[in-house]
Design a binder for this molecule. Structure first.
Ligand SMILES: *Cc1c(COP(=O)(O)O)cnc(C)c1O
Length: 399
């Protein structure tokens, strides 16, 4: 069931969020907001979404008790929410299908999107093809190089991939281009944003579609253990897989939330992507939130071995959770993430994406300090196929 609580009517979570966009987009955002409000009040829309979740995405995804991993660590019981088993290999598809349905309902046949890792691009390409919508994906040149299998997948699904060669040629620049396109083609175009970032109502819409992760998790833990979990741990790029897991537990204060950002080559090096750990509040891509900028307000270049975490901003709801102390945010380096990656391969026979490998590393450290009756849920946001080349190079593996 899609909900609609928080943010306030102006799109703020505490002091974060809002709509910092050119005048031309204000009407489009209002139109989107009212179309979404009508959609979620419509039982047919809810039913269509639920049905596609089951039949197309393969939901519910399992909540897998990682016994070998837990035994090796010798502490708390670790449960993996298997978003890597969702269609197209990551949680991104939940939001892509949800917003695809919304675009169709609004009569917008031209869908644009941005992508970093390529996971969102693939998810949007798949959803658009399945729903009969046309699809253009903006992607940075650097990301196209390091995620070429995903580029091929998008093209095979007949999406048009547009190369972005400005700036650092990564996600931030791809978002700028997508926004530019939207401004010029706002009437017939739906902008399908991939995370809980951007102007209101996007952080709310994406959160609602991703909340299916936390809703299922709650039901699955209660059914198996007759109680709530103690910790929820997820990696934070823009923040959608984590907020999707956390949000349905917001009112259960005994459940602790831990968001894991990318510390890259170290928080002291500036080559990281950890705005909640060391950033400050500012405005980026239409929303007010924590971000990484220098003293002149210039957005910093970021680095993470995980392309999906390589973003200088974060969703406004996370900034709010941080300030009110509802969630704790930590950061894990590239090297530690590779350890998390190997740990999961070697204990459970699962190759995670490098993004959730950050969460695995942190969860393993935490679980080691806890007694076995504690339940630690880790969101395994995606599978590692797209990252194998990066990992093999990084660990120097030979045939
Ligand atoms: C995109 C991506 C992320 C990061 O995005 P969020 O919005 O923070 O979830 C994490 N994991 C995977 C597998 C991704 O594809």
């Amino acid at each position: 069931m899609l909900t609609r609580d928080r943010p306030d009517s102006r799109g703020y979570f505490g002091e974060y969020g809002g709509k910092f966009v050119p005048e031309t987009l204000m009407t489009a955002l209002s139109e989107l907001e009212s179309a979404y409000a009508k959609a979620i009040a419509d039982a047919d829309f809810q039913q269509q979404f639920q049905q596609l979740c089951r039949e197309y995405i393969g939901r519910p995804t399992p909540l897998y008790p990682a016994r070998q991993l837990s035994t090796k660590i010798g502490g708390a019981t670790i449960l993996l929410k298997r978003e890597d088993l969702a269609h197209t290999g990551a949680h991104k598809i939940n939001n892509a299908v949800g917003q695809g349905l919304l675009a169709k309902r609004m009569g917008k046949r031209r869908v644009i999107a941005e992508t970093g890792a390529g996971q969102h691009g693939v998810a949007v390409a798949a959803a658009c093809t399945m729903l009969g919508l046309s699809c253009i994906v903006y992607m940075g040149e650097e990301d196209i190089r390091r995620q070429s299998p995903n580029v091929h997948r998008m093209k095979l699904m007949e999406a048009e991939v547009r190369t972005v060669s400005s700036g650092s040629q990564t996600l931030k620049d791809a978002i700028n281009e997508a926004i530019r396109d939207w401004v010029s083609n706002v009437r017939d175009t739906y902008y399908l944003l991939g995370s809980v970032v951007g102007p209101h109502p996007y952080p709310m819409i994406v959160r609602d579609f991703q909340s299916i992760i936390g809703e299922e998790t709650k039901e699955q833990v209660l059914t198996t253990y007759q109680r709530l979990p103690d910790y929820l741990i997820a990696c934070v790029g823009g923040g959608s897989n984590s907020i999707g897991l956390f949000h349905p537990f917001f009112n259960e204060r005994q459940v602790k939330f831990i968001g894991v950002e990318a510390a890259g080559r170290g928080l002291e090096t500036k080559q990281h992507a950890a705005p909640l750990a060391v950033g400050k509040a500012g405005i980026l891509h239409g929303t007010k939130s924590y971000l990484l900028a220098d003293n002149n307000g210039q957005i910093q270049t970021t680095h993470s071995i995980a392309p999906g975490l390589d973003y200088p901003g974060v969703g406004p709801e996370h900034s709010y959770y941080k300030d009110i102390g509802r969630a704790t945010y930590v950061a894990v380096t590239d090297t530690q993430a590779l350890e998390g990656f190997k740990l999961l391969c070697q204990t459970e026979g699962i190759t995670p994406s490098l993004e959730p490998a950050h969460a695995i590393y942190y969860a393993a450290k935490l679980a080691a300090e806890l007694p076995p009756e504690k339940l630690v849920v880790v969101n395994l946001s995606g599978r590692g196929d797209k990252d194998l080349e990066t990992v093999i190079k990084a660990i120097g593996m030979e045939l």
